[in-house]
Design a protein around this ligand. Structure first.
Ligand code: SAM
Length: 229
């Protein structure tokens, strides 16, 4: 065996300059790694969701969670986070007495992470994280709902919430407000801001009696959007 071979190879590696081809290989490798992370870790669960309705994961800041929970102060009962990410808001809602506290999240990695956080905090039996498409969740009867989603989907979500939620429901939007609703209270500043909406107050403003969307025409709209992507 030639004992000098590894040293020689190392010396050659050290003295060799990166040519254009080397740079291209590194760039391609980095691109592939990022793509693999997107497909394997961030993207799973979203294959059946139309592109226009896909919302990336950005965790709420601590200040944002505080603003959201301040707006729910004085309320009780069930709590839902639509697109619950790593579960931080659901966990905080549980700590503040909401029960059941439920998060709906499509990304299986985030669902696992949320369950792990709840387990680590000793609350895994009291909170629940479900891997479900928020557009397919029946929200009838939910009283306390929070969302932190992209502005592009909030208009369609308004319709779903108006169709399904009871009058005494409170909806809190983090970071981005609903485009057509009037909040009755706003908390925080900049990216941490949150908006509170009473469902009863929204109904007469946005839809006339015959315009209130049904579940089936809402589904049609989602399908139409799917077709247009
Ligand atoms: C901006 S993050 C907010 C995460 C969390 N609510 C928070 O405040 O930290 C939006 C989350 O919604 C999830 N999401 C997007 N579309 C979804 C869908 N159709 N059904 C369920 N979850 C969805 C994403 O995976 C992402 O985790």
């Amino acid at each position: 065996m030639d004992d000098d071979a590894p040293d020689e190879a190392l010396a050659e590696f050290k003295t060799k300059h990166l040519g254009g081809w080397g740079v291209a290989q590194i760039a391609a490798g980095t691109g592939l790694t990022v793509y693999a992370m997107w497909v394997g870790i961030l993207q799973p669960g979203f294959r059946k969701v139309p592109l226009r309705l896909q919302v990336p994961y950005i965790p709420a800041s601590k200040a944002q969670v505080n603003c959201v929970m301040t707006l729910f102060r004085g309320r009780k009962g069930g709590f839902v986070d639509l697109g619950s990410g790593d579960g931080r808001i659901v966990l905080e809602a549980h700590r503040q007495g909401f029960t059941p506290a439920v998060g709906y999240e499509l990304n299986p990695w985030l669902v696992r992470m949320a369950r792990f956080h709840a387990w680590r905090a000793g609350h895994h039996e009291e909170v629940s994280y479900r891997r479900e498409d928020l557009w397919k969740v029946d929200l009838t009867g939910c009283k306390n709902i929070t969302v932190f989603l992209a502005p592009s989907v909030l208009s369609l979500l308004q319709q779903k919430l108006q169709t399904e939620l009871p009058d005494d429901a409170l909806v809190v939007a983090g970071r981005f407000p609903f485009p057509d609703w009037t909040p009755y209270r706003i908390e925080g500043h900049g990216v941490d801001r949150a908006w509170a909406y009473s469902m009863k107050a929204q109904r007469p403003h946005t839809f006339k009696k015959n315009d209130i969307p049904t579940n089936s025409n809402l589904n049609n709209e989602i399908t139409k959007k799917k077709g247009s992507t």
